[in-house]
Design a protein around this ligand. Structure first.
Ligand SMILES: Nc1ncnc2c1ncn2[C@@H]1O[C@H](COP(=O)(O)OP(=O)(O)OP(=O)(O)O)[C@@H](O)[C@H]1O
Length: 589
């Protein structure tokens, strides 16, 4: 065959220029390819056009049918669980997955120092506490902090450990098949296209198993949650209001898990402390919920902890959360990016039982009275027509302009107890200047109990001193080791051997144990007596009702292991602090 005409569209009479154009659309580059074939290989592709089109159609049909079959199989023979990034299950599952044997074998993984790649740094740094056994076993070797040499050895270990953050391996994008309870499961990690920020938000996990019975998927997710909860133990989980990027919506980010603070370590009038805890307990009791619901009263409780900075407001809230095993949700109302919608959506995502802590609300710019603009909002948004609000708003009038950014007072009030406000949560607000707060914020229903924190009284000073210098269980490894030994007759002896079984020898070891126990008790009692005598002496030097607990604690911490030195220097410290405070006052006046 010979073709002199290099224009393929004219080689065959049946192929018009519009046909060529269409082919160009269907097969981009068709004109160029066909020119090349005709000129150099002397092959006219239009001859095979029919076959090519048939082949393409066949390919498309096969693809369509196979996709249809896959969809059919997926629908009728596969069960799938979808896990979203903005849900805690994502974190549970990634944590669990990073500990599965599959992650040691797979060749496609995301390597990182965070379990799910999205945890905040704080949570990550907290990882040592997560595994208390490890930190105790590895670092609190007997005698570890008793001498400078021991410290150097311990510190060298810490420094070398800190250089290597534990790596975590989680499944990468795409599909992964792994075995769970002898059944194959498929995990698909998918991102949606878009700009980088959106990709982060739109990430999804799909966990699938064969068969219509999805119980195995529930088992996996329950196990993942269990593993995560086990890891938390009795620690207090802290969430913080957070957003991914400027303009995105807010969510509660799990940022920390801390060992609970014993209530006894918060120095406050015992009655006040107990009233606070009893009130929360009473509120959480199921009968109270019923009582509220039967009377149509919104089931909410609010507290205001007020007093000078460093007097223990946050500490009390944290201790209460630990004591009652409640999660703590922290929110900073100072953020200009936080508006009423975001605040309201954050509140609507709160679990049924939790403590929400709004710290230093007087600094959040919402202390001013509600202005006229705000009044209109309140009326239109709160359809209950709350008489109290309307009366009060009328009284306050339009004194202040509405706030341009961030949360307004009316916005906060709506979220706290508007018609759409969440129920069940405990709201704790702290303030250094309660007198500057709007009366509307403090009215019953929003604040049901106020606790005033004052400068340390003489008793409080004594208590703070005792708390610092009294020996506590677990203060030193020897104490805990010896107490363990005291309480365990079968504990290993110093030579590493386990004591002999019950016989004459065991009776002797029991006797030794009892003697050691008595000696230990005597030692503790005499130490306590000494510390309480010193505490009295300290309290007689430091004036009552002048300094905060934080200031006193800060001073005592400088003499952590030398109570006598603390007493000796107390007078000078008092003088210096007085002068500093005076200078600060003069400067601010
Ligand atoms: N009453 C107290 N009992 C025990 N420790 C206290 C007390 N008050 C303060 N502290 C100690 O002082 C530090 C600061 O306390 P905390 O944050 O609870 O004070 P605060 O009143 O919430 O302060 P701010 O108003 O600045 O938020 C903590 O280390 C805490 O242990």
């Amino acid at each position: 065959m010979e073709f002199n005409n290099t224009n393929p569209s004219t080689t065959r009479p049946g192929l018009s220029s519009s046909d060529s154009a269409m082919l160009e659309v269907l097969v981009p580059g068709y004109t160029l390819i066909s020119r090349f074939l005709v000129s150099y290989l002397h092959i006219d592709p239009t001859i095979y056009l029919q076959q090519l089109v048939l082949l393409a159609l066949l390919g498309a049909a096969v693809r369509y049918i196979s996709l249809y079959i896959v969809d059919l199989v997926k629908e009728y023979f596969v069960s799938t669980a979808e896990i979203r990034l903005d849900d805690e299950v994502f974190t549970y599952f990634m944590y669990w997955m990073s500990r599965q044997p599959h992650m040691k074998r797979t060749n496609r993984f995301v390597a990182g120092v965070k379990a799910n790649g999205y945890q905040s740094e704080e949570e990550d740094e907290d990882e040592d506490d997560v595994n208390p056994d490890k930190s105790e076993g590895e670092w609190d070797e007997p005698g570890s902090s008793e001498s400078a040499d021991d410290f150097d050895e311990y510190w060298a270990k810490v420094v070398s450990r800190d250089k290597y953050k534990p790596l975590r391996f989680t499944p990468s994008q795409g599909s992964h098949v792994f075995w769970y309870k002898n059944r194959p499961l498929m995990l698909q990690r998918q991102k949606e296209d878009g700009n980088n920020r959106m990709v982060l938000i739109n990430e999804r996990l799909y966990l699938s198993c064969l068969g219509r019975d999805a119980s195995i998927l529930r088992d996996v997710l329950n196990e993942a949650q269990e593993a995560y909860v086990q890891r938390d133990g009795n620690r207090t989980i802290i969430y913080r209001g957070h957003r991914y990027y400027s303009g995105s919506s807010w969510y509660w980010n799990r940022c920390m898990a801390r060992s609970p603070r014993p209530l006894s370590t918060v120095v406050l009038d015992v009655e006040q402390k107990q009233d606070f805890i009893d009130d929360i307990k009473e509120y959480l009791h199921p009968r109270t919920r019923r009582w509220y619901s039967n009377r149509g009263i919104p089931y909410r409780r609010g507290y205001l902890l007020h007093g000078p900075p460093g007097t223990g407001k946050t500490s009390l809230c944290f201790a209460a959360a630990g004591l009652l095993g409640l999660k703590l949700y922290l929110l900073n109302l100072n953020s200009k990016a936080l508006d009423e919608d975001n605040l309201s959506s954050l509140f609507s995502e709160l679990p049924q039982r939790c403590i929400v802590l709004l710290e230093d609300i007087d600094t959040a710019g919402i202390t001013k009275s509600r202005g006229k603009t705000v009044v209109t909002n309140v009326k239109s948004e709160d359809e209950t027509g709350d008489d109290f609000e309307i009366e009060e708003i009328d009284k306050i009038g339009a004194e202040e302009p509405a706030k341009a950014d961030g949360i307004t007072l009316s916005g906060l009030l709506n979220v706290i107890d508007g018609v759409a406000a969440s129920e069940g949560r405990i709201l704790v607000m702290t303030s250094n200047h309660p007198d500057q707060l709007d009366a509307a914020l403090l009215r019953p229903g929003r604040v049901d109990m106020s606790i005033e924190f004052r400068y340390a009284s003489s008793e409080a000073i004594e208590e703070l001193f005792t708390a610092i210098y009294a020996t506590m269980e677990g203060d030193s490894p020897q104490t805990s080791a010896s107490s363990r030994r005291l309480t365990n007759g079968n504990a290993k002896q110093p030579n590493g051997r386990t004591p002999s079984p019950p016989n004459m020898k065991r009776t002797k070891s029991q006797e030794l144990n009892e003697k050691a126990e008595k000696e230990h008790k005597d030692r503790v009692a005499s130490l306590q007596a000494r510390v309480s005598a010193l505490a009295k002496q300290f309290a007689s030097i430091v004036p009552a009702a002048e300094f905060t607990a934080a200031e006193i604690q800060g001073y005592l911490l400088n003499h952590k292991s030398t109570p006598e030195a603390a007493i000796k220097g107390a007078e000078t410290w008092v003088q210096n602090l007085r002068e500093k405070k005076k200078a600060r006052e003069e400067k601010s006046a």
